[in-house]
Design a protein around this ligand. Structure first.
Ligand code: PFF
Length: 485
């Protein structure tokens, strides 16, 4: 609510940019390149693209339509549609409440690295130490420090809160208009630099050329089980990357005008998100490949996912680039900071909008309460590698235990998000009926082209695929079946 009226985007483009800004995040930068490299390059990319335009399309259209139809954030949207299905909205609201704090803590890590690279670039003082050769020690001493991870996370949280409190048009829209173009320009510039580096060819081949090893068993024969794993890996990534099942698309859809075409917007969001994921691969894989060959490291090991790739391996790689290294490092971490900030803002907004709609309070009050809650919850993830490093949380009795950040990540990404997606498909496909979503898509007078695909997907295929994803994620956490991701 803004001045008693529901906020709205200034136009279709503003909505597409906001939703793309939410989708483009750490998932595109530190997860997609790694998965593509591990799962046979071009094969993974092809499977990913098919999933984006079918399953991703279905889930995103559904969420945006639910938001626009009800004009509510997730917490109240489902109960408005059906009294008994309000629990889906409740679960869908818990997800951003749990993710935002740890995502902001990681945002704080990015700010710390951005500051370090700016220092090296402008003053020449090698704060990373020995040309980043010991970036592993630099990273672990930072995340295990008593206060710094919380302090940087706090700066990140407050920056997001400052944008949110300004509202949809003046805050979210305007900040996206600055951050997104910078992100695109940086990504294109860095990837061009990498692609034209002498010797980048082998790394590019490794990334883009389909490698059948990922679907071939030890006996050299095609393995259906391995193909299944590749498909599930691509599906998990697509789900994560498109910001699905975390209340965001419902919230952003609730600010959309009836005259705008949901179908066209979703296609554009998919293009932007996938483009940045592919560009991220061009930025990262060839240099990491060259680095691995040069140092005699196993390429698969060098290409590890998540924090290790971004905060330990890449600094080592930047250090080998000579005088431009610190500038590339600074540009890269600025890009990552913007990608993380626009995604964190969308997660934050899902929480704030839910509080506004449920409690019927103004944005300022809701932002204040939400910020306090997120600050409090961020303490656990910020200190989980340091002062509280000894605390291990268990989901199952014999799962080995997880740190706070990994625990929140597992509960949301591996369990709650697939559960919410399954429940949403059952609700829309079998209780409310796909027709309601199709009608919402056609409300502005434009015909929905993919009606048939949508109906089949939402009723049958999407719930089945999501159940498979949920099972595989739980197996992965328990170490059953040799899952890699
Ligand atoms: N889609 C964004 C990304 O790819 O990083 C945002 C996001 C995804 C946030 C998954 C949180 C999350 F668990």
């Amino acid at each position: 609510m803004e001045n008693g009226k529901r906020a709205s985007w200034s136009g279709q483009l503003a909505f597409v940019i906001a939703a793309a800004a939410s989708a483009i995040g750490l998932g595109n930068l530190w997860r997609f390149p790694y998965l593509a490299a591990q799962y046979g390059g071009g094969i993974f990319i092809a499977i990913y693209l098919v999933l984006v335009v079918t399953l991703g399309f279905t889930l995103m259209v559904t969420e945006i339509a639910v938001g626009r139809k009800t004009q509510q954030a997730p917490l109240t949207a489902y109960s408005l549609l059906h009294r008994k299905w309000g629990f889906v909205g409740f679960l869908g609201t818990i997800i951003p409440v749990l993710i935002t704090p740890y995502y902001c803590v990681i945002g704080g890590w990015v700010l710390y690295y951005l500051k370090a690279y700016a220092q090296i670039a402008f003053t020449g003082v090698d704060v990373l130490g020995e040309g980043a050769a010991n970036s592993g020690a630099f990273f672990s001493s930072f995340i295990s420090a008593p206060f710094a991870p919380f302090g940087y996370g706090l700066v990140f949280i407050l920056a997001c809160a400052a944008v949110i409190v300004l509202g949809v048009k003046n805050g979210i829209e305007k900040s996206n208009m600055i951050m997104m173009p910078v992100l695109f320009v940086m990504a294109i510039a860095i990837s061009l630099y990498v692609v034209f580096l002498p010797g980048s060819g082998d790394g590019l081949k490794y990334y883009l050329v389909p490698n059948l090893d990922c679907v071939t068993g030890p006996d050299g024969r095609f393995s259906i089980a391995l193909l299944g794993k590749t498909i599930l890996g691509a599906m998990g990534q697509m789900f994560y990357s498109l910001s699905l099942a975390m209340g965001i698309m419902i919230t952003y859809g609730s600010y959309m005008k009836k005259t705008d075409s949901i179908e066209k917007c979703v296609r554009r969001i998919e293009v932007f998100d996938t483009l940045i994921a592919l560009i991220a691969g061009l930025m990262i894989i060839p240099v990491v490949y060259m680095f691995a060959v040069k140092t005699g490291t196993d390429v698969h090991d060098a290409m590890n996912a998540g924090p290790g790739l971004m905060f330990i391996t890449l600094p080592k790689v930047f250090a080998t680039l000579g005088a431009v290294g610190p500038w590339i490092g600074m540009g890269f971490f600025l890009l990552v900071a913007f990608a993380a900030a626009t995604s964190a803002i969308s997660l934050f907004e899902a929480c704030v909008a839910s509080a506004c709609d449920m409690l019927k309070i103004e944005r300022k009050a809701a932002t204040f309460f939400t910020t306090a809650l997120i600050m409090f919850l961020s303490v656990f993830s910020a200190l989980g590698y340091g002062a509280w490093g000894h605390v291990k949380l268990h989901v199952f009795p014999n799962d080995g235990g997880m740190q706070f950040l990994d625990f929140f990540d597992f509960i949301t990404n591996s369990v709650l998000m697939p559960v919410v997606a399954i429940a949403t498909c059952i609700f829309v496909g079998w209780v409310m009926g796909p027709r309601a979503v199709i009608d919402e898509c056609e409300a502005g007078g434009c015909k929905m082209k993919a009606k048939g695909v949508y109906t089949v997907m939402v009723k049958y295929l999407a719930p089945a695929l999501m159940v498979a994803l949920l099972i595989s994620e739980v197996c992965r956490a328990l170490g059953i079946g040799g899952w890699k991701i």
